[in-house]
Ligand binder design. Structure first.
Ligand code: CA
Length: 307
């Protein structure tokens, strides 16, 4: 259970999820989250990542600031779009957390301006939840999108993810795990192994419809799911989607980006292709394809591999 941050005093209909904590629990949750802080991010000796935090709501700005500083981020704050651009120019950030609804210029304009010269990852934080808003922000250069109210733990995880992406890192990803399946990116094999992952289940009709993709894998997954230790066959398209996602662990990969990379320019609107192939990947890899734990859909935005 997490505390939801960023709920405004909107007079609209109450939409607080039933599981949300009462406000009194917030300081305890914040303290608990802060207590884990010293382990992250990255190695303690590394130079702290510089985060530009742009938010005009004082309470939320403060909560974010406390949590980010507790995790040893070097935080600069701004409460307007113009101040954000000035702060970014004078102290180029490693990452930006950006509210879209700012008192002067729209956050989307801030993204456009920043993208003229900065490649720093931008996580949009916004109360606007429509797919159009998300797609608009992602299309002009945002890297991820968190809808208010949000969980602090999730926002921090996404921040770590976008910062990892920019870090060249010591090693290339060579292996990933989805449920009981080990994906070897070097040998291009997927093996279902006992003793890893959690839970187990082949699911009724798990492989229905498999092996039909242009006959590229004649033996792909007929009948019941594979036994432990067996090779799981993926079609070339499934491989390309899977590789793209696992190379960005924890990060949102936009549908348009996936479509353009895998099918080529002009295919960006064909999100049904992705839905089809992602469903098949889940049937082959996830322990419970109906409740995927690793190959996640972010509605209206794209997909995410959660290690
Ligand atoms: Ca705002």
């Amino acid at each position: 259970m997490t505390t939801a941050y960023g709920r405004t005093g909107d007079p609209g209909p109450a939409v607080r999820p039933p599981a949300a904590r009462p406000p009194a629990a917030a300081p305890a949750a914040m303290a608990a989250a802060a207590a884990q802080a010293s382990r992250r991010p990255g190695s303690p000796s590394a130079k702290p990542s510089r985060v530009l935090l742009v938010e005009d709501e004082p309470g939320l700005l403060r909560a974010l600031l406390i949590n980010l500083r507790a995790r040893r981020y070097d935080v600069t704050t701004a409460t307007t779009g113009h101040a954000a651009l000035a702060a970014a120019a004078s102290r180029p950030p490693d990452a930006v957390i950006l509210d879209l609804g700012l008192p002067d210029i729209d956050g989307t304009e801030v993204i456009v301006e920043l993208r003229r010269w900065s490649r720093a990852p931008i996580i949009v934080l916004s109360g606007r939840a429509s797919p159009g808003d998300k797609i608009g922000a992602l299309d002009v250069g945002a890297d991820d999108y968190v809808t208010k109210p949000f969980s602090m733990a999730e926002l921090l995880a996404r921040l770590r993810a976008v910062l990892r992406r920019d870090d060249p890192g010591p090693a290339e990803v060579t292996e990933a795990v989805v449920g009981h399946c080990v994906i070897d990116l070097t040998s291009h094999t997927v093996t279902r192994r006992p003793g890893i992952g959690t839970g187990k289940g082949t699911g009724p009709g798990a492989e229905a419809g498999a092996g039909t993709e242009a006959g590229t894998q004649g033996t792909a997954q007929a009948g019941a799911g594979p036994e432990d230790g067996e090779t799981v066959r993926l079609t070339p398209t499934e491989w390309r989607i899977l590789e793209t996602l696992v190379h960005h662990p924890g990060q949102l990969v936009g549908s348009r980006q996936l479509l353009a990379e895998i099918w080529g320019p002009g295919y960006e609107p064909r999100t049904n292709y992705l839905r089809f192939h992602m469903a098949r990947l889940r049937r082959k890899l996830e322990d419970d394809p109906a409740r995927p734990r690793h190959l996640l859909t972010e509605p209206g935005m794209g997909y995410r591999y959660r290690p």
